[in-house]
Design a protein around this ligand. Sequence first.
Ligand code: AMP
Ligand code: MG
Length: 366
Amino acid sequence: MKRRLWVIPALLCVLCMTACSAAGTASGVENGHDGRDSSSAGNAEEGVQDPAETDFFAMDTYMTFTAYGDRAREALTLAEEEIRRLESEWSVTDEDGEIWKINHSGGQPVTLSDETAQIVRFALDMAEETDGALEPTIYPVLTAWGFTTDENRIPGGEELRSLLENVGYEKVELNGNQITLPAGMELDLGAVGKGYAGDLTAELLEEKGITSALLDIGGNVQAVGSRPDGTDWRLGLRNPYGEGSIGVLSVSDCAVVTSGDYERYFIGEDGKEYGHIIDPETGYPVDNGLASVTIITEEGKKGDALSTSMFVKGLEQAQEYWRTHPDFDMILITEDGQIYLTEGVQDRFELSGSFGNMEVHVITAD
Ligand code: AMP
Ligand code: MG
């Protein structure tokens, strides 16, 4: 299967996980398995109010929030404010934010808010748990490749080796809320922050009494409850080879988070594609035959950390990791057109028509 033929416009990335039938988008109609005929796709069910919806750009991505209920509009306004607050706290470039302060501390201790201390602790724990596949201090290497400025270039081997000397989650000291980052290192929550922001926003909606909502955070979805009629949400799984979705996943009350280098990449002067997820062992973009990794789990932050790190680990090691940590589900799609999914989601995932002949493998515990 051809991998990528064209650069996907940024907006299309937004569509990757949004095709749930309740929001009136394509997948319910396309698949015809949502228990309604296509003319009723949308919100025509009796007694179900139209949802409130808001979309905006934050955390370097497009977000679309949809919620049902009498207080949905008010709750979504608060949800958007919450995202903007977290964006400012965790941005690497916002001088008022905590991550910026850590990165400009010159090796001096910085005291963090509870919230930021929690996400940093989580990122460091997951880095350890994944043997450094998740590496929250990879930022200087990303910068060398131009992913932080969009002025992409291919750094030399010597340059990467020297930058990697300033990379290593184990050199970050976090005691309570006090963090010390050695001078020359930089911390970046790019691989986990959106997932955690989704968790906090979902909690906020629940506190406001919302029991049915979908938060699409740049293609990662946080599902609050189920659809208003109590059935599962039906999410289109992004096609990593091009446009549209490759299949539909039925879920309730969970996070569905995807990583892949199709999201952001450039073509070098050598004609090769270089993606935005870096293998911390080499400093080079991951190139291991995986096209995308989707994690299905209760917590967005965990889904986010795992989608990035399982993408780094690759097909074999990701399966090994799952077998020793089977508290999540995943769908791995390879560049050569195969799908590997864990047994917990095999009955929840259906391939879309034109992808129906892809080879599907079920990953089992033994
Ligand atoms: P995600 O879209 O969640 O997979 O996160 C990818 C983003 O995390 C990239 O755009 C980088 O900002 C950053 N990143 C790249 N490689 C790594 C890595 N190995 N560990 C942690 N963050 C990374
Ligand atoms: Mg991630």
